[in-house]
Design a protein around this ligand. Structure first.
Ligand SMILES: [Zn+2]
Length: 317
C-alpha cells in the first residue's frame, strides 16, 4: 500500500504523509515546523489549516473534519485526533484489500488544549515512537502542572523571574492555560501569543495574561519560545530562572543538555506505556516504527508483534 523513499508515499493515490520535501499532494498531520512544507495540494484538519495560514505563504489545503470521509479513486481517507497539539491528526487510508494508519506525533493522555486521542484499528500501523524505551514513563500531567505552578510561585516569592520555555505552538498554549488558570501573572512572547486566538476559536479558554514587553519582567512569569533561551537579553536578565517543558525531563542530565535551570517532563508525545497501549489496543498485523530508538522494534517483536523500523524496512508495495 505504501513505499518509503525518505518520505512515506501511499502509491495508489500518490499521497505523501508528512513529507519533508515539497510534493504535489501531501498530508500534514499537524503544524509543527518539522512537519510542514508548501505542497501543491495539502490535506489537513481545519485547525491545522489555520496554523498553516500563519506559517506558510498562501497554503493550498483541503481541510477535513475528524472522521469525515474523503474518497480518492477506490480509497477512503479519514482523519482522527492524535492528541499531540490542537488539530493534530492520524490518517487512516482504506482500500478494499487493506487499511493503514499513520499516527504522526501523538499522545494518548488527555491534555487541556487538545482534542482527545482516538484509537483507530488498521492492518498496517506506522507509528511515531520518540519515547520508545521502558524508562520513559512520563509522570501524570496533574503532578507536573502542580510542580510548575509551585515552582513559579516560590521563585516569584524570592524575587526571581521564572522563565517558562516551551515550543511556540502546542506546548506554549498548554503552558499558558496552566499558568494563567492558576492565577499567576503571565507575560507571553509574541510567537506563542500569535496562535492563541486559534485555540480560543476552538473553545480553549485561558485565564488573564499580558503581552510581553521587555521592560516589565519583575513579579511576572515569562512564557517564551524555547529557542529564545540563548538570547542575550534573557541571559543577562537578573534573577532569571529558566524552566523548559519537555518529556526529555525524565533524563537526569536534561537541564545541562538543554542549557536551562530545570526541565519539567510535560510532554506532548506518547511515553513508553502509551506506545505499548496503542499497539495492544489496535492490534495491527504489521507495525512500522519511526522517529525512535532501534530497540523499540525489538521490544515489540518480543511482545509478539510483527514490527519493523520504517527507515530500514522501506515499506512494502
Ligand atoms: Zn509535533
Amino acid at each position: 500500500m505504501f513505499v518509503y523513499e525518505k518520505d512515506i508515499l501511499i502509491n495508489d493515490i500518490d499521497l505523501w504523509l508528512d513529507p519533508k520535501r515539497v510534493r504535489d499532494f501531501g498530508f500534514i498531520s499537524h503544524a509543527h515546523g518539522d512537519h510542514i512544507a508548501r505542497h501543491k495540494n495539502i490535506i489537513c484538519t481545519h485547525p491545522t489549516g489555520y496554523f498553516l495560514k500563519k506559517r506558510l505563504k498562501n497554503p493550498n489545503f483541503i481541510a477535513l473534519s475528524y472522521n469525515q470521509f474523503f474518497k480518492i479513486k477506490n480509497t477512503v481517507i479519514t482523519l482522527h485526533p492524535a492528541g499531540h497539539i490542537l488539530g493534530s491528526a492520524q490518517i487512516q487510508i482504506k482500500s478494499k484489500d487493506t487499511s493503514l494508519v499513520y499516527t504522526g506525533d501523538f499522545r494518548i493522555r488527555p491534555a487541556k488544549t487538545v482534542e482527545p486521542f482516538e484509537f483507530v484499528k488498521s492492518d498496517i500501523l506506522i507509528m511515531e515512537s520518540t519515547f520508545g524505551l521502558p524508562h520513559y514513563k512520563i509522570p501524570p500531567r496533574e503532578q507536573t502542572e502542580d510542580e510548575l505552578i509551585d515552582l513559579c510561585r516560590s521563585l516569584l516569592k524570592h524575587g526571581k523571574v521564572p522563565v517558562v520555555l516551551a515550543y511556540s505552538l502546542g506546548k506554549g498554549q498548554e503552558a499558558l492555560k496552566i499558568l494563567s488558570e492558576a492565577g499567576l501573572p503571565v507575560v507571553v512572547e509574541y510567537n506563542i501569543l500569535r496562535y492563541v486566538s486559534i485555540y480560543e476559536k476552538y473553545g480553549v479558554k485561558f485565564g488573564e495574561f499580558e503581552k510581553l514587553k521587555r521592560s516589565e519582567f519583575r513579579g511576572k512569569v515569562l512564557l517564551m519560545p524555547v529557542q529564545d533561551r540563548f538570547k542575550s537579553y534573557l541571559k543577562n536578565l537578573p534573577g532569571a530562572y529558566t524552566i523548559y517543558l519537555s518529556g526529555w525531563g525524565i533524563d537526569p542530565s536534561a537541564a545541562q543538555r538543554f542549557g536551562v535551570d530545570k526541565v519539567l517532563p510535560l510532554s506532548d508525545h506518547a511515553d513508553f506505556d502509551e506506545l505499548i497501549e496503542l499497539v495492544e489496543k489496535t492490534k495491527p498485523e504489521i507495525i512500522y516504527a519511526t522517529h525512535g530508538f532501534d530497540q523499540f522494534v525489538n521490544i515489540l517483536r518480543n511482545a509478539g508483534f510483527n514490527a519493523y523500523n520504517l527507515e530500514e524496512a522501506g515499506g512494502r508495495k
